[in-house]
Design a protein around this ligand. Structure first.
Ligand code: SAH
Ligand code: SF4
Length: 353
């Protein structure tokens, strides 16, 4: 699709500012924009890591299929729904169910978990993050009651993508994103910052791809090398790169919901607060039971492993006070759907590929 002149000049202006600004000024402009569009409330999404069984072998990931040091688990659908119900009683109205790419589970058990949550927590948003699946499974899960889907493209560099995702190409990832949009999900994607082989040009292209995809949600986090993976010896990028990326995406996508990710909080004790100050507006308390979440180590040094989910909410509330923000218990739908909009109102897919 050809870009209109005004779109081109918008991008040029943002990129020129990004390239010339020091990190503090970049963050200040992105933060102001975030406050103007989203207000002071920081949306909560309760994260349930339902399974660490994965058929993929992404080079960066601690739960990749070839890592024999992982003790594998799958939570039963009833268990997943019970965890969501407990979060619901604590006030959460948005849940993210995340797991490895596991087609059999996504086809059999996951729809039951979604249906039960939809029944027991009727006004809560349900987001899935279960990797690339056939379109018919995306449709079945949507039918079961899921509203949103997160599938990061990881890197927009096709050669790097193919290498790091063990042969699965970027085109297939983008096709899955198109399927998700067509099926009617609120769409989330994003990328890691600081992957080995990435350049500043890649980082800019990553942010621009988020705009091309007209994403409702953008998840960005630092790549943290895991010792049991082929990328164990890779250098750790500084948090500043992730903060700059967050601000750039915020400026390019003012309406997107953007989490201050756990990976940022694991790399830097104040990483999540810094991401909020860089333009993020969402936090994801991990409500997975401790005995499971300790086996869901995508990267080392993951925080809050011992905490029960409800304690996380209290801790996050205090952290937000430190940056003059407050927690919001709203569902937090895509702004394009308007306030109070349900999940079924997705506008026609606008994936510009
Ligand atoms: N299997 C699904 C969802 C779980 S992985 C999927 O891959 O889409 C969720 C995210 O964790 C991935 O999208 C990736 O961006 C991130 N991740 C994996 N390994 C990581 C690492 N070593 N450091 C930081 N983030 C990582
Ligand atoms: Fe599996 Fe996701 Fe990890 Fe890749 S990043 S190995 S798809 S869990």
């Amino acid at each position: 699709m050809t870009e209109s002149r005004s779109e081109t000049s918008f991008r040029d202006e943002i990129l020129a500012f990004y390239k010339g600004a020091d990190t503090e000024s970049l963050m200040a402009r992105a933060r102001e924009l975030c406050l103007a569009r989203h207000g002071r409330g920081v949306l909560l999404r309760g994260l349930i890591e339902y399974s660490n069984i994965c058929s993929c072998d992404c080079l960066y990931c601690g739960i990749r299929a070839s890592n024999r040091n992982v003790s594998r688990y799958r939570l039963e659908p009833e268990r997943i729904a019970a965890i969501a119900s407990s979060g619901y009683r604590a006030g959460l109205r948005s849940f993210v169910l995340q797991g490895g790419e596991d087609r059999a589970f996504a086809e059999s058990a996951l729809p039951r978990a979604v249906e039960t949550i939809r029944r027991d927590c009727p006004d809560a948003a349900i987001t899935l993050s279960s990797g690339i699946l056939p379109r018919r499974i995306y449709a079945a899960l949507r039918e079961a009651g899921a509203d949103r889907y997160l599938l990061r493209f990881e890197t927009s560099d096709p050669a790097l993508h193919q290498k790091l995702r063990a042969g699965v190409n970027l085109g297939r990832r983008l096709e899955a994103l198109r399927d998700l949009a067509d099926v009617g999900y609120q769409l989330g994607s994003g990328y890691m910052v600081g992957l080995p082989g990435e350049s500043e040009e890649t980082r800019i292209a990553n942010a621009l791809l988020c705009r091309d995809l007209a994403l409702d949600m953008v998840g960005i986090g630092p790549f943290i090398p895991h010792p049991d993976t082929p990328l164990a010896g890779s250098p750790q990028s500084p948090i500043e790169l992730t903060l700059r990326a967050t601000s750039l995406v915020r400026l390019l996508l003012p309406d997107a919901h953007m989490p201050a990710t756990t990976a940022a909080g694991s790399l830097d004790p104040a990483g999540r607060e810094k991401m909020i100050e860089a333009g993020a507006n969402v936090l994801m308390p991990n409500i997975t039971p401790p005995e499971s979440k300790r086996n869901y180590l995508l990267y080392p040094g993951k925080i809050c492993l011992a905490e029960e989910g409800e304690k996380c909410i209290g801790c996050l509330g205090l952290r937000m006070v430190s940056v003059d923000r407050e927690l919001s218990f709203l569902r937090g739908d895509a702004l394009r759907l308007g306030q109070g909009a349900g999940a079924g109102d997705r506008a026609p897919a606008e994936v510009l590929l």
